[in-house]
Ligand binder design. Structure first.
Ligand SMILES: [Zn+2]
Length: 415
């Protein structure tokens, strides 16, 4: 499995100048290719290479050929996604115009999608253009001044991945510092499969409740996030210059706070699951895309928001302990009685209380949902036999084999 280690580069002043110029020339190459690709509608890497490579080599003779190619590869990706987006954007504009006309509203002008351009494009190094010496803590990078050997330092958090085989690396420049995001490949742990299956209900009041009777996360998170959310809404309606400045700060704060909460929650969840076991989550993305149960979805907005992030954190933390993660369609999991199976909307008497109309089973509503989620997974598993799901890393965060819920891939960026 791959993990990303972020190390800070400590270049000498001369090295820093060379790095900056290398980044600038690489960015110029990226922008040039992206502009040509977007304007001509060309999303084929080979074609773009033919059209731009020799010209760029002439314009930036010091930039190593590998980096010119790296810039073109990145630009091609950006062009393809920009072209796709432009197509979608245009189609949706026509739909919106029809809607505006129906509602008698003013028709806003069409804002075309622009070619992808950037101030600073990180350089993607590969095995041929860089290497890392973990013993001496140095990195050797291809630059406009030839190969440079640069000292580096890793945070305590990153230390655990040091020494493993390195794959690619991204060179970034942020706020006066150079960072190298090194992707390392670490061995997948060999873990005996464990039959334990844990259903997890994600909510707002109780961030996570497991079918094994654990209430994880803090209740105060909700209040914290809500406070920032409200303040943000207030500032947004103001729209003054200082309000905007304040907003930028605040959105960063909300982002960091939520990331912190998601890290804590995912860690606890994985700690409460035996190695080799299985975690079953609800597929909260489904709810949003289906547009049903709007009331509930709205109540959960603070969590659904970061569901992709939380699910990603759970997946990579689970992987290290050989735990498989699955998602199921959450429909009726909050209305069904986990003892007798009776489904009724009014089984749930309040936010926290579940009382079955049929068998009078009474328990915490989130706990009941967690038990149903576990149950639903086991049922879907039984209906297709018992394939060897546990411990297979590629199956992490896939849907159950019955095909309930859409399997979607999360990018598991670990920072
Ligand atoms: Zn019941």
């Amino acid at each position: 499995m791959d993990r990303t280690v972020i190390v800070q580069l400590k270049p000498t002043p001369e090295q820093a100048t060379i790095l900056k110029r290398t980044l600038a020339e690489h960015t110029a190459c990226f922008n040039a290719v992206a502009k040509i690709g977007f304007e001509t509608g060309e999303g084929n890497g080979v074609e773009l290479h033919k059209q731009t490579y020799y010209d760029l080599r002439r314009r930036y003779p010091d930039l190593p050929a590998q980096l010119v190619i790296a810039a073109r590869v990145k630009a091609t990706e950006a062009v393809v996604s920009a072209l796709t987006w432009a197509k979608k954007h245009e189609a949706s504009y026509h739909k919106r115009v029809v809607k505006w006309q129906k509602q008698g509203k003013d028709i806003l002008p069409f804002k075309p999608v622009k070619a992808p351009q950037t101030h600073s494009c990180p350089i993607r190094y590969d095995a041929r253009s860089y290497w890392v010496n973990w013993n001496h803590m140095t990195a050797s990078l291809a630059t406009i001044g030839g190969r440079l050997e640069i000292a580096m330092s890793a945070s305590r958090q990153a230390q655990q991945y040091i020494g493993h085989r390195v794959c690619s690396a991204d060179l970034c420049y942020r706020q006066g510092r150079f960072w190298l995001h090194v992707v390392v490949s670490i061995p997948v742990p060999v873990v005996e499969p464990d039959p334990t299956v844990i259903g997890v209900d994600l909510g707002e009041t109780r961030p996570a409740v497991t079918s094994s009777l654990h209430f994880l996360g803090q209740r105060r998170w909700k209040a914290q996030e809500r406070r920032i959310f409200r303040l943000r809404r207030k500032l947004q309606s103001k729209g003054t210059k200082s309000a905007k400045r304040h907003l930028r700060k605040l959105s960063g704060k909300l982002f960091r706070q939520r990331r912190d909460h998601d890290h804590v929650l995912s860690k606890r969840l994985v700690q409460h699951t035996p190695a080799g076991g299985t975690i079953v989550l609800e597929n909260l993305r489904e709810i949003r895309s289906r547009g049903e149960r709007r009331g509930k979805a709205a109540r959960r907005r603070f969590h659904t928001w970061s569901f992709a992030q939380l699910a990603g954190f759970i997946a990579y933390k689970a992987e290290q302990r050989g735990i498989a993660v699955f998602r199921i369609d959450p429909r009726t999991t909050s209305q069904r009685c986990s003892r007798c199976g009776h489904v009724a909307r009014n089984n749930r008497r309040s936010q926290s209380l579940f009382l079955c109309r049929k068998c009078s089973y009474c328990l915490n509503a989130d706990l009941n949902a967690a038990k149903n989620i576990r149950e639903k997974y086991l049922t879907s598993l039984a209906s297709v036999g018992t394939p060897s799901l546990v411990g297979s890393q590629s199956s992490c965060l896939s849907s159950p084999p019955s095909g309930e819920g859409q399997a979607s891939s999360f990018s598991l960026e670990v920072t």
